[in-house]
Design a protein. Structure first.
Length: 494
């Protein structure tokens, strides 16, 4: 408990800048919206997760059927025949036959007392006949038909006064809840994965644009220097420096283009989208990170709001359900070892169809049954479940502590990204100033093309850092809300 308190106190201290507990994202990024829509319509993993959700629902329906009235019906028949023939001076021929057939309807119902009530109704036509003759001239034939209508009802009731019925019902519902939690968590994982794939494509395209601008600048300077070299304005060393800078930019662009192709192929194969479909044709390296990527709205909240949603974490919710399921299993194990009361009755009416006969019969039964010696199996089964319950309760506390720790991590990432954003903006201004200054010095021959290239790469890296920091911020926000059990798809698409 002391460790848990320390974690929570730490969580409170470091969470000065948080995100809104009830987020209301306004997603103005049309390309990202298109990716999330494609995730729902074209991604096979998303379709598989939907099938998983439907499977959980069907399993719940199948499990719930045991609590409804079970009704079965049938129609059966049987026949028997025997023949006897004695060849003596007195001819004896005997032929006996019997027939039985009719419909039957039976039912069973699980009671709130966790007993079982069952019964049946049957209507049987019973026929028997005999053909007998001691003389071929004087055969004797006799046929009798009866109708038997029978009603029976029975009760099997464990003498256990716990909430066995409720425990059994809760188990079914809690298994469904676990299935839904896994489905929602899997969907959140797919949403974040789709956003990461989109951001990787965006980052690759942004890098290509940045390096393409650099290569264009290097190429233009190289052409000019080659002409001016003939006039003696530049030395051979300066010209070779410009050539090296242009070659390095070409190699960097090739590497960036390969990364873009890879990211583009992934988007195409998984989501059916390409960079050309997602990105504005006017996009260029002159665009800053603020215009390339949309920052998710995250407003401010109280720490208590986050802590109040701690038990909404998927891992914790699943643990709570498993604890409840195990508690129900203990109740059911205790019920299974209880004495069972068996009671029943049968009422049968018989009437003749070929003769005027009538009879009825009523029979009742009452009994008790119980396991006398089971080698301690019942007690051992209960002890095993109680031990499992203790283990799950300890795991729950561990998961709560881990969840708070993960909250701290994501919140720190959010806070850090905000601070780094200010730093990178200043660095970008500084790098731009240094590059513009270096450009003027290069024009005057004060620095080489290689020196200018270094300044240009530094400016590119700062711009890229701004973009990556914004991506990290958005992902940290989404990871935090996923941890708290929010529906990311619903938040992002409305």
């Amino acid at each position: 408990m002391a460790g848990k308190s320390i974690i929570i106190i730490t969580f409170l201290l470091i969470s000065a800048a948080l995100v809104h507990a009830e987020p209301d994202f306004t997603l103005n990024d049309r390309a990202l919206t298109a990716v999330l829509v494609a995730l729902k319509t074209d991604c096979r993993a998303y379709t598989a997760n939907e099938a998983y959700n439907e499977g959980g629902r069907l399993q719940h329906e199948a499990a719930m059927s045991q609590y409804y009235l079970q009704l079965t019906g049938g129609l059966d028949s049987s026949g028997q025949n025997s023949f006897k023939n004695i060849l003596t001076d007195d001819i004896v021929i005997t032929n006996n036959y019997s027939l039985l057939g009719g419909p039957e309807l039976s039912f069973s119902q699980l009671l709130p007392s966790y007993g079982t009530l069952s019964g049946s109704v049957s209507d049987r036509i019973r026929g028997s006949g005999i053909e007998e003759s001691n003389s071929p001239l004087l055969p004797r034939q006799e046929a009798l038909f009866h109708n038997d209508l029978s009603f029976s009802i029975g009760l099997s009731q464990p003498l256990y006064f716990g909430e066995a019925y409720g425990a059994s019902l809760r188990q079914v519902d809690q298994n469904l809840d676990i299935s839904r939690i896994n489905y929602q968590n899997n969907r959140n994982i797919l949403v974040i994965s789709a956003i990461e794939d989109y951001y990787n494509l965006l980052k690759a395209k942004y890098q290509v644009d940045l390096i393409a601008v650099r290569l264009k600048t290097n190429t233009e300077y190289l052409r000019r220097m080659e002409k001016e070299y003939q006039l003696g304005i530049w030395t051979l060393g300066q010209l070779n420096s410009a050539r090296a800078a242009s070659l390095q930019s070409s190699a960097d662009l090739l590497k960036a283009e390969q990364a873009l192709i890879s990211a583009n192929e992934l988007m195409s194969s998984v989501y059916g989208l390409t960079a050309a479909m997602l990105m504005d044709s006017e996009s260029s390296a002159s665009s800053d990170a603020e215009s390339v990527i949309t920052e998710l709205n995250s407003g401010g909240i109280e720490v208590a709001d986050l802590l109040s949603r701690l038990d909404n974490s998927p891992d914790i919710r699943i643990s709570l359900n498993r604890i409840a399921i195990t508690e129900s299993e203990i109740v059911l194990k205790q019920q299974q070892s209880a004495m069972i009361l068996n009671a029943g009755g049968t009422y049968k009416i018989s009437s003749g169809l070929t003769e005027e006969t009538y009879s009825d019969n009523l029979s009742l039964s009452l009994g008790l049954s119980s396991s006398i010696i089971d080698g301690g199996a019942a007690e051992s089964a209960i002890a095993v479940k109680k031990n499992e319950l203790l283990r799950l309760e300890n795991e729950l506390e561990d998961k709560r502590a881990r969840t708070v720790s993960q909250m701290n991590l994501f919140l720190n990432n959010i806070i850090l990204s905000r601070k780094l954003s200010d730093i990178y903006i200043l660095q970008e201004e500084t790098s731009r100033f240094e590059y513009d200054k270096g450009l003027k010095e290069f024009e005057l021959g004060g620095i080489t093309q290689k020196d200018l290239l270094d300044l240009q790469i530094e400016l590119e890296n700062t711009r890229l850092s701004l973009l990556l920091n914004k991506i990290n911020y958005n992902l940290a926000v989404l990871q935090l809300y996923k941890l708290l059990g929010y529906d990311l798809e619903g938040m992002l698409l409305g």
